[in-house]
Write a protein that binds this ligand. Sequence first.
Ligand code: ADE
Length: 235
Amino acid sequence: MRIDIVTIFPEFFGVLDVSLLGRARRESLLDLHVHDLRDWTHDRHRTVDDTPYGGGAGMVMRPEPWGEAFDALLGDDDADAVVVLPSPAGVRFTQPLARELAHERRLVFACGRYEGIDARVAQHVAGRARVMEISLGDYVLNGGEVASMAMIEAIGRLVPGVVGNPESLVEESHEAGLLEHPSYTKPQVWRGLEVPEVLRSGNHAAIASWRREQAVERTRRVRPDLLPPDLADTV
Ligand code: ADE
């Protein structure tokens, strides 16, 4: 998968060289490119923002550098590329959406700052690629960088080969519509707290059933909104 990121803070994305995504990048499973939006400005101050038409607080990102960035990054054969515009006004990012996006050939993340990007940019790019405004959650960040990083990590780890043991992707939170069960490792007793006996029993059916009960109980307690309807009214 190829991923391009356009930002005025390329240094934010240094972490892409670390850990699983760093290895995926070195092994060419993920072809990641970070671009500085200011490279597509032409004035001495490398200006990317201006005051909003209609008034109001804050600044809006001007369309010209974004237009040039997309001219440079999207070719005639990129109509299938997905341009992600991180925004608190977008559709919510979820595990199913991460799974969908993990199948794409090419993603371009356009990180807005300030009060966002001039709305004509999304309109214009929609004629050349698929555009999705996506929100990380119901809160406001200072810009799209942290949201893009979170999305790239969630999507990237679902690309085949990125996570060494694909089985570890199956049981985790949000995959079965439930939060994940608690996990334990050695030592058996730590500061007086013991690992639940069933996990040491070697009885795989009992372990699977205990884990499922724990997952259901945790989901009911913490995130009842996620509980599948068939479990919603069981005790
Ligand atoms: N930019 C600012 N806030 C955001 C959010 N919640 N999700 C995605 N991008 C954002």
